[in-house]
Design a protein around this ligand. Structure first.
Ligand code: SAH
Length: 251
């Protein structure tokens, strides 16, 4: 008997940002696999097996999940945010592409979640109101030359840019290089939002300009939003402000 493999998005942190469908997929599973911080967010019920692993072991985790499901298990692989955004869903399909028979008869599903970019945008206003793109700054799976090219072209195309994985202990300096490249194309007054640990107790949201963004500190729990030329602050009569991008190119 073959089983089921659901790749589940747990959202950026808070329980009430987990969809009911994602919660059901977790509750239903015999096995829960994932990167330790995500697995540790969950409380096992009787009979559930938790297998936490390192974030560099995504392909091995995907293969293991397929094996467990092939033996009839109901398996949930959990990701933070959305599982299709720089996360486990693509790793599972890579494993299937490498070994198509490993997926035979398995009911494979993806349960979407709130990705960090959307949670960060919601906190600050509506910066993604016009066209935008998302780029991961991690060079584990692509070259830094590719990242530089995408940053430059995204800025030239005037997208709002969501930067995932902006920094880690191994590469604290790359975000500064990214800002330098963007500054070659975009004006110094372009708005930049640092959204750290969105939805957590230590959440912190800062709005700065591209010219000063290099002075800010960011870590692997930060999502950075770079405005387009149209992204601006809007201020209410009583002095509160938000960051937004108008829907229309002409506004
Ligand atoms: N699948 C995840 C992204 C994984 S990549 C998603 O859809 O959100 C990991 C990156 O996501 C982090 O380096 C950070 O840039 C961002 N991120 C994840 N959770 C976050 C949170 N709560 N607050 C801010 N950024 C977050």
């Amino acid at each position: 008997m073959n089983g089921r493999l659901t790749i589940v998005g747990l959202g950026p942190g808070p329980k009430d940002w987990v969809t009911p469908a994602a919660a059901d997929a977790v509750a239903d599973a015999d096995y829960i696999l994932g990167y330790s911080p995500y697995v540790n967010r969950l409380t096992p019920r009787a009979g559930q097996v938790f297998e936490a692993s390192d974030n560099r072991e995504e392909l091995a985790r995907a293969r293991r999940a397929l094996e467990l499901a092939a033996c009839g298990g109901r398996v949930a692989v959990v990701s933070g945010g959305d599982p299709g955004v720089f996360a486990m869903a693509a790793a599972v399909y890579e494993a299937v592409e490498d070994n198509p028979a490993s997926a035979d008869g398995i009911d494979i599903r993806v349960e979407p979640g709130v990705t960090a970019m959307l949670a960060a945008a919601a906190r600050i206003g509506a910066p993604l109101g016009h066209d935008f793109c998302a780029i991961s700054l991690s060079d584990n799976l692509k070259s830094w030359a590719t990242i530089e090219k995408r940053l430059r072209l995204a800025a030239e195309a005037d997208f709002v840019i969501a930067l995932y994985n902006p920094a880690s202990k191994a590469r604290p300096e790359q975000i500064g290089k990214a800002f330098d490249i963007l500054l070659e194309v975009l004006p110094g007054e372009t708005l930049v939002v640092f959204a750290r640990a969105v939805g957590r107790l230590d959440e912190e949201i800062d709005v700065v300009t591209l010219a000063t963004a290099g002075d800010a500190t960011c870590d692997m729990r930060t999502l950075v939003l770079i405005g387009s030329r149209a992204t601006r602050k809007v201020i209410s009569g009583d002095g509160r402000s938000w960051v937004y991008t108008p829907r229309s190119e002409r506004k």
